[in-house]
Design a protein around this ligand. Structure first.
Ligand code: PLP
Length: 295
């Protein structure tokens, strides 16, 4: 089977008084529309990983994530679509939630594991799949050079040049891929990564490990809202306002923080008048289901 999805990721302009006052143009690339479940950067990260699994005649994808992991869910749906078996090794005690329900519905088998053993993923794989020639290891979040390669293709789809590109950042694989794409095309674009967890400085090493050549980019470390999955009333208000005024769904874990950063920086005159800015909607809106009580 040919492992591919037709990419539908249009670019929409976001118009409002703030951007007009600052003389900037802001656009959003709708990677959330690529697929309802294998959405955003998760498809881009999986594409070459799945192709590699197929070329090595592996039929069983094994991957890792927390109980709300968009990557687990995307892998479950991609496995179903492209004819693989899938196992998700889930961090922490057995729970059920909307994300895991959807994983199971797509046929993924779930193995729960305590937080201590979860730290050593190679060992877990070894323990459960030793001697199993069909099983294929995919790291947590799809972090890999293949993942970055898929993400770099986002830049091939741009027909115009932007001064700035913004993206939310977890493992840093997506960020690295986009920076590689910018370099491959010799674009003057500045890339901005917004890490979604506290003390995100280490993410520079994570991004740099997947760069195909050294590059500069901006890290914005002050938009984590207390840490991974944490929110506060400012962020929730921002998201409500954004969704209600644009009709574009975002969530508090990734895209909400990234867009909050962009709006905040715009308000602080960070961008020169005349700047054209592209935000990447990296998908993940199912994450909203786990956070309904915050709204
Ligand atoms: C997983 C995810 C990210 C983070 O991507 P990394 O490549 O791990 O940095 C960003 N946005 C959304 C919506 C995600 O689900």
């Amino acid at each position: 089977m040919n492992i591919d999805l037709e990419i539908f990721s249009p670019i929409h302009q976001i118009k409002n008084q703030l951007f007009e006052d600052k003389g900037i143009e802001v656009f959003i690339k709708r990677d959330d529309l690529i697929h309802p479940i294998i959405s955003g950067n998760k498809w881009r990260k999986l594409k070459y990983v799945l192709k590699r699994a197929q070329s090595e005649n592996k039929t069983h994808l094994v991957t890792f994530g927390g109980a709300f992991s968009n990557h687990l869910l995307a892998t479950a749906a991609a496995a179903a679509k492209f004819g693989f078996k899938a196992t998700g090794i889930v961090r922490g005690e057995r729970v059920n939630n909307d994300t895991l329900f959807l994983c199971r519905l797509h046929g993924m088998e779930l193995l729960f594991t305590d937080r201590e053993s979860y730290k050593d993923k190679a060992m877990l794989f070894e323990k459960h799949f030793v001697g199993d020639n069909e099983a294929f290891f995919i790291d947590e979040g799809g972090a890999s050079p293949d993942g970055a390669k898929g993400c770099s293709e986002l830049i091939n789809e741009l027909s115009e040049t932007y001064d700035h590109i913004f993206c939310a950042c977890g493992t840093g694989t997506t960020a690295a891929g986009i920076v590689n794409g910018i370099q491959n095309h010799n674009l003057p674009t500045v890339f901005h990564a917004v890490p979604v967890f506290k003390n995100g400085g280490f993410i520079k090493d994570e991004i740099d490990r997947f760069l195909t050549s050294p590059a500069n980019y901006q890290l914005h470390l002050d938009y984590h809202f207390g840490g991974y999955g944490k929110t506060d009333s400012r962020l929730i208000e921002f998201i409500k306002q954004f969704v209600a005024s644009t009709g574009i769904l975002i969530e508090p874990v990734y895209t909400g923080k990234m867009l909050y950063a962009l709006y905040d920086l715009a308000g602080k005159n960070y961008f020169k008048p005349g700047s054209r800015i592209l935000a990447i909607h990296s998908g993940g809106i199912w994450g909203l289901l786990g956070m309904k009580d915050k709204f």
